[in-house]
Each structure stands twice: as C-alpha cells, then as structure tokens.
Design a protein around this ligand. Structure first.
Ligand SMILES: Cc1cc2nc3c(=O)[nH]c(=O)nc-3n(C[C@H](O)[C@H](O)[C@H](O)COP(=O)(O)O)c2cc1C
Length: 217
C-alpha cells in the first residue's frame, strides 16, 4: 500500500513538473521516447474496450502521456514519416491537442513534443455539459484540417471524419490495453475551442477523448 501511495505521489510530481514547464514555456517540451513494449494483447484490448464516463482525478505519468500521444498519431516509420494512424491518401491532416489542467498543447508528432498554445484549465470547453470530462486529467482533442484537401474538400469530408475516427480508436485501444479509461466523444464547444487553439479556416475539432483512470466504486 505504502509503495502504491509513493508511486502515485511520484506520478503526480512528474506531471506537475511537466505542466509547470509547459505553463511557463513557449518552447516545445520534449516527451520521453514512447515505449516499444508493454500493454495487453490486441485480443485482450478488444475484450476490454468500452466507454468510460466516471473518472478519478488520478494523473498520468509523463511516460503514459508520451505513449498515449504516440499511440494516437505518432511516427512509427521514421524513414517515411508515416504514423500509427492511417489517413486517406496519406494526407496526415489530423492533429491532436492535449487539454491539461494547466494548459493546452499541440502534439508535434515529428519531434514527439508538446507545444503550448494556451494557459489555464479549459477542460470545460471539452466537457460542454458532460461534467465527468472535468475529472479526467487529460482530454485529447482531434482536429482535422480539411484545408489540406484543397478544392476537393467537399468530396473528401467523409475521409476527414474517418481519419479522425481512426485516431480515436487508436486512443481507445491504447487505453484498453494499458489499464486506462476513455470515451470517444463528439460533444464539445467547437467554436470556443477553434478560437482557443488558434485554428485556421478549414481546421475542425471533430472528436475528443478524455483519458484517465476509471473511478472505482
Ligand atoms: C463518433 C462518436 C461520438 C460519440 N460522442 C459521444 C459524446 O459526445 N458523449 C458521450 O458520452 N459518448 C459519446 N460517444 C460514445 C458512445 O455513446 C458509446 O461508444 C456507445 O454508447 C457504445 O458504448 P461502448 O463504447 O461502451 O461500446 C460517441 C461515440 C462515437 C463513436
């Protein structure tokens, strides 16, 4: 038990350090390298996957956040610059923002780092009425840049939505495989998030996933 409390305190301290660095620093914050092993088997993850709507306030460690973001949309073939998530015609039009208690950061897949775009706790913009989201230590907002499809935007719209869903499923399966909890959501204050994240025309927040630990009863 004492070991568990010590481990929990340590993970809180690591996250507090990461977040205070992020809060005061416009430079990208490097994440630890994503791990290459660990987690349940793919069959176990599929058996475990489910929506969670009751989170504890337990933080993730820096390593868990690193693994989570890499699983969502990190580079898995550095020679080709290709990613864990498939995208239509390899357009790579999907970005992920981490909404944390002390700020909002864009995940830079190329450097596996976080770039702060806003200070403060904006989780309520993701919650948009579903209050359980405010308990989860991080929410990942999945943004699709339809502008990348140029004059084929209307035709490619379903592809953008499918590509966002693929990132969400990566997150879901990562959580199911590693003892974390999540729910894929379409609900959020899109307009306010577009402004907060400084999105340009064509960039649309399509889905989000609060991630943390399921509250135990
Ligand atoms: C595209 C999409 C949007 C969703 N939006 C929400 C949402 O806004 N809020 C929510 O609580 N659940 C949302 N869900 C979760 C579904 O309600 C949930 O997956 C469904 O009830 C099946 O439960 P399961 O995931 O545990 O199998 C969404 C799921 C998907 C795939």
């Amino acid at each position: 038990m004492r070991h568990m409390i010590k481990k929990y305190r340590k993970s809180l301290m690591i996250m507090a350090t990461l977040f205070s660095t992020l809060a005061g620093n416009a430079q990208p914050t490097a994440l630890p390298a994503p791990e290459k092993t660990g987690g349940a088997t793919i069959m176990e993850a599929l058996w475990n996957r489910k929506a969670c709507r009751e989170f504890s306030d337990r933080s993730l460690t820096e390593q868990q956040l690193s693994n989570l973001l890499w699983a969502a949309t990190g580079v898995n073939r550095p020679d080709e610059g290709k990613r864990t998530n498939a995208t239509a015609v390899n357009m790579q039009e999907v970005s992920v923002y981490a909404v944390l208690p002390s700020g909002v950061c864009l995940y830079d897949h190329a450097t596996h780092s976080l770039r702060k775009v806003a200070n403060g706790d904006h989780r309520q913009l993701v919650a948009a009425g579903q209050d359980f989201v405010n308990d989860a230590p991080v929410s990942l907002v999945i943004v699709v840049d339809m502008g990348k499809f140029g004059d084929r935007q209307e035709m490619m719209r379903p592809m953008g939505a499918a590509d966002a869903g693929i990132v969400a499923q990566n997150i879901s399966l990562f959580c199911a495989a590693t003892g974390l909890a999540t729910v894929i959501r379409g609900t959020m204050d899109r307009k306010a998030l577009q402004k907060l994240l400084g999105l340009k025309e064509g960039q649309e927040p399509l889905l989000n996933c609060p991630v943390g630990y399921a509250r135990q009863h």
